[in-house]
Design a protein around this ligand. Structure first.
Ligand code: NAD
Length: 307
């Protein structure tokens, strides 16, 4: 039990996203209990007053709400189960929010196996990149019961943009929305790389081509805003590893399969991302598929050089 007015938040997974999210929870005054397989990931938080514990079970036992921010569904399942897992420590009726980009199967299975315990399990994946995690402006898509979402709103608001914390449906809906957001954004990325490289190869200036796209019905926030990190700075966003982007695309195609829908474009985009991962390595930035097209062109697409 906590003696402060703020609930104690347990947080598991202090990587690119979790590190910024926990810093913002701490700044908002939530007492924190944290763990990660990398002890050093908690150094700054512990210096700021967070409590380190060695297992997910201890996190769950010591907190009012447990949050996970882990790479893949496999990691979420591992952290939930076993003698050191969340389920071994969480109190009956306790609350667990999985903010990882994942699929409903893991939490569905746990909910079904532990119905008598009255656990409140929500999915609340995020958009906004590591910079959004660092500055507390994530978009958060929450699946779960309305009363739980309302109760947890102050916790979400410490990490996200209050206007873009959306309750999108019942359990599992947050995961589905997040996968569809990533799918569309990655599709924009590949389509934009292809269009810009073909147009430039055909002799149009890069700046003129982009301005023309922006002025046309083909405009998108990717063309107008997101591509600029590459075109201005050669930044392919290493804050989100391409290995994780490939994971998201695979989950998205799996989701389409599980609901019996075709996913022709999604499958092709996934293959382009897998080619980029094989070419540039697991830790390369999520936007390196763009580089595949620059390689074919024989030079980087940069506005300064080519406007
Ligand atoms: P990351 O790999 O940087 O961080 C994951 C953290 O989990 C690491 O610190 C790792 O040590 C820890 N971890 C792994 N297994 C563990 C275990 N068994 N017990 C405890 N800790 C463990 O990943 P990330 O970029 O922070 O992404 C986390 C999730 O957020 C992913 O699902 C990703 O798809 C999603 N996401 C990432 C971004 C982004 O821009 N990075 C944006 C939106 C959503």
């Amino acid at each position: 039990m906590t003696t402060t007015t703020q609930p104690t938040v347990g947080f598991i997974g202090l990587g690119s996203m979790g590190s910024g999210m926990t810093r913002n929870l701490q700044a908002a005054g939530f007492p924190l209990v944290v763990t990660d397989i990398r002890r050093e990931a908690a150094d700054a938080l512990v210096a700021g007053g967070a409590r380190w514990v060695g297992t997910a079970a201890e996190v769950a036992a010591a907190s009012d709400v447990v949050i996970t921010m882990l790479p893949t569904p496999r990691h979420v399942a591992e952290v939930a189960s076993g003698p050191d897992g969340i389920l071994a420590g969480i109190a009956d009726g306790g609350t667990w929010v999985d903010m990882s980009t994942s699929v409903p199967e893991v939490t569905e299975r746990i909910r079904a196996e532990h119905t008598a315990r009255g656990l409140r399990i929500l999915d609340a994946p995020v958009s906004g990149m590591s910079v959004g995690a660092a500055n507390g402006m994530l978009q958060i898509f929450v699946g779960g019961e309305a009363e739980d979402v309302a109760r947890l709103r102050p916790v979400f608001e410490a990490m996200g943009d209050p206007d873009r914390i959306l309750h999108v449906g019942g359990a599992g809906a947050g995961y589905a929305v997040k996968l569809m957001i990533n799918q569309l954004w990655f599709s924009h990325l590949v389509a934009t790389a292809e269009v810009l490289s073909i147009g430039v190869k055909a002799g149009v200036g890069l700046g003129v081509l982009r301005d023309s796209l922006i002025a046309s019905p083909a405009n998108s926030t990717f063309v107008e805003r997101d591509v600029l990190s590459i075109l201005n700075d050669g930044d392919y966003d290493e804050g989100f590893a391409i290995a994780l982007a490939c994971k998201d695309l695979g989950l998205s195609v799996d989701l389409a399969r599980s609901v019996g829908m075709p996913a022709e474009v999604s499958s092709l985009v996934e293959q382009v991302f897998r080619r980029a991962r094989a070419s540039y390595g697991d830790r390369a930035g999520e936007m390196t598929p763009f580089k595949l097209y620059e390689d074919l062109l024989g030079r980087p697409l940069r506005l300064g050089a080519d406007a």
